[in-house]
Structures are given as C-alpha cells and as structure tokens.
Design a binder for this molecule. Structure first.
Ligand code: GRF
Length: 193
C-alpha cells in the first residue's frame, strides 16, 4: 500500500453499522507491535450500533452520521477525517455505499471485508444465496474498495466449508470467526509485512 510506514502507525478509521466484532478484532490487532495501523476513529451511520461501545471501552473518538443526505454526510465526514489526520479506512460491516467522490479522496486506502468468496456473492444476503446454490464452500474476502460494489482488488480470502444442514446463521457464525483473523492478516499483506 502506498503509505509510508516509518516509526509512527497509520492513523486509521473503522466504519461500522452494527455489532462491531470486526472492529474489536482490529482494535486488538492495532495494539500489537507488528500492527502498521492505529485505530484513531470510529464512524457509524447507525447511532444504535452495538459496536459504538468500543469507542467508550477503548477511548477512541467516534462520529455518527445518518447518511440520509449522503452528500452532506460525506462532506462532514471528510472534514472530520481530515481534522483527525486519518490516512486509511477499514470498512467493517458498514452498510452504506460510499460515493465515487469519497472513494477518490482516499484512493487505494480503503479496505473492506465481505462475507463471501468474491467475486461470488457480492452485495447482501451472501450466506443464504451460497446455501441455496448448494455451494460446497463459502468464506470471506478482504479487498481494496473501488467505485464498484465489492469489486476492488482482492487482498486475501479464507475458505469455509458449508456443512450439511447449514443455516445462514450457522454459516455467518463460522465465517465471522475467520473474518476476525483474516482482516489483520490482510492489513499486514497490504503493507507487504
Ligand atoms: C461481517 O460479516 C462483515 O463481513 C459484513 O458484515 C458483518 C459485520 O459484522 N460486511 P461485525 O459488525 O463486524 O460483527
């Protein structure tokens, strides 16, 4: 990734909409010596997101923007990220689609985690669609974000076997465990570490 990894860590914001279990795993990773990133900011479009509790627990600044007016929310967001010297963004269960213009401002510096083996099952309801199609495997993918949904360059993937009688809930749970390991690994890979 095109960011200098001198002695200070890359100031990173994590965008969430819900539980924030990936956020938690990223915060834990960021506190290890080998991590090139430090989590300095949490952004949520949902004021009730459970993951916002990690802002209190780990004393990380947060910003809630409802994205009802995407243009306006993104404008505010860009200014708050700039004021906090944020250099990189990790999307982790963030349910809003960022505009081309926003993505351009952080070109090559936004990562996302998606619960499928991309390019299969872009978008929502991935687990049920994989089960319905009788896939033998699903999994998760960390990729760079570009202007097309779930289509940026893949950094790392992890396969997960779909068992007999698998439900979308059981599959989601199994994949989430792998997501928590994959995101930190993908960050290291993105920085050639
Ligand atoms: C994860 O499965 C992620 O891949 C998807 O949304 C879920 C978020 O989970 N985009 P959490 O909020 O990190 O617990």
């Amino acid at each position: 990734m095109d960011l200098s990894t001198g002695c200070s860590k890359i100031r990173t914001a994590v965008f969430i909409s819900g539980t924030g279990s990936n956020l938690k795993s990223l915060i834990k990773f960021s506190k290890t010596i080998k991590s090139p990133i430090s989590i300095e900011f949490i952004v949520s479009n949902n004021s009730k997101a459970k993951g916002l509790n990690y802002s209190k627990i780990y004393k990380i600044k947060k910003k809630i923007l409802n994205f009802e007016n995407k243009n306006l929310s993104e404008k505010k967001l860009l200014s708050v990220l700039k004021a906090n010297n944020i250099e990189m963004i990790c999307l982790a269960g963030f349910m809003k689609i960022l505009s081309k213009n926003f993505i351009k401002k952080f070109k090559g510096k936004i990562l996302n985690i998606h619960p499928s083996l991309l390019p299969k099952y872009k978008g929502l309801n991935t687990h049920q669609r994989a089960i319905n199609n009788k896939e033998k495997y699903s999994g998760c993918t960390v990729h760079f974000v570009n202007a097309r949904l779930d289509s940026g360059k893949i950094i790392l993937q992890k396969k997960v076997k779909i068992s007999k009688n698998e439900t979308k809930a059981s599959l989601a749970k199994k994949i989430l465990v792998q997501e928590h390991k994959l995101y930190p690994k993908a960050i290291l890979k993105a920085f050639n570490l």
